[in-house]
Design a protein around this ligand. Sequence first.
Ligand SMILES: Cc1ncc(COP(=O)(O)O)c(C=O)c1O
Length: 376
Amino acid sequence: MGMGCNMYDTFALERWQSLRDYKAKYNLSESGIEPPSLKDLGGLPDLELGYGNTQGSPELRKQISSLYHAPFTEENILVTNGGAEANFLTVHSLVEPGDRVAVQMPNYMQTVGILRGLGAKIDYMWLKGEQFQFDERSLDSIRSGTKAVFITNPNNPTGSVLGERELHQVVGAAEEAGAHIVCDEVYRGAELDSRPLKSIVELYQKGIATSSLSKVYGLPGLRTGWIAATKDVVVRSWGLKDYTTISPSVVSQKIAVGVLKRQEQFVSRAKEICRRNTDLFWSVRGAEDAFVKRPQKAAPFLFVKTRNIAQTSEYCERLFNETGVLINPGECFEMPGYVRIWLGGSREEWMTDAFTRLIDYTLHYERKSVPSPLQD
Ligand SMILES: Cc1ncc(COP(=O)(O)O)c(C=O)c1O
C-alpha cells in the first residue's frame, strides 16, 4: 500500500480499516463494544480547558490505580491518548535497537510494527492449534538477554486468554531472564467467563499493563488509555510523552472518572453483548458451513478460519465491494485463511442482517485471481 514511513512498515490492520470503514454499510471490522453517546454518559462537565497535569489528573490516576490488586497509587499510572500511545511509549521506554524481545503471536500488530521498526531482535511466541492455546515450548523464546516480553491478554485477534497458571509460567521465565513483561490488557473484562482475569501487575513486579477505555467500555472517542507500572517505568514513559502528545484531554479525563466509577456496569454490559452476539452469529443459517466454529473465550470479535479460502484479503475486498460488509482479513495478523468479525454491536436486528449477508456471500464465494490489496 506504500503508506509506510522510513522507520515503520505499514500498519496493515489500521490501514485496511482507515481506507474503508467510513464507506462500509455494515462495519464488522470494529473491535470494541458499541459506543454509548455523550448524552448517555450525562453530558459535558464545565471545566477550564488548560493542559491539565501532563501525566493525567490525580483524580483519574487514583481511580485507575484502584482497578489493580497491587499496592498502586496515582504515581503508578500514566494517562495516555489511548492504549495506542501507552504501547508506543512503553516500547520506546524499554527497547533500543538490537535488543532481544519475545512477542506473543498473533496479536494486534502495533507493538510488533514498532519493535521491527526499531530494529529489535524478535523471538515469536505463537499461540498453538485451532484453539490458539498457550504453548509451553514458546517459553524457550524467553532467555538470558531478553529485555522484554510482549503479550496481549485477552488476545486480539484470537480472543484466547492466558489464565493465572499460564501467566505464572510466563512470569517464571521472565523472572529468570530478568525481563519485563508488557501486557496489553485493553480486553481485560471482556472474558465471557465471569471470573476476573489477573492483571500482569498483580503477578509480577516487572509487569507493565497497558490499557484503555476503548474496547470493553466502548469509548474509543475519548482516547483515554494508560500505563500501569512501577514508578520508574511511569516516569520514563512520561518523559517520552513530552515528545508525543504532552497531555491527555482534560475533557476526556473528566468523563473517564465518571465512567470508571461505574466500571462494573460497563464490564457486565460488555460481557453480555459478547455472549449474546457469539450465540447470534452461530445461530445464523449456514454459519458453520462458511466458517470453522471454535469456542469463544473473550473479546467482541470472532477469529475464525474460512473453509476453503486461502487468500482472505482478496475475499474480504470483494465482500466489501459487493455487499458493503467490512471484516478484517487474517493477512492483517499475518494469518491468511482466517478472518476477524466484530461482535460488539448492541442492535440485534442490525447484527443479524450483517451476519446474514456475510455468511450468504461467503457460502457463494468463488475465487477469482485478482491481486491481493495488501501485497502491493
Ligand atoms: C490490543 C489492542 N491494543 C491497543 C489498541 C489501541 O486502542 P486505543 O488506542 O483506542 O486504546 C487496540 C485497538 O484496536 C487493540 O486492539
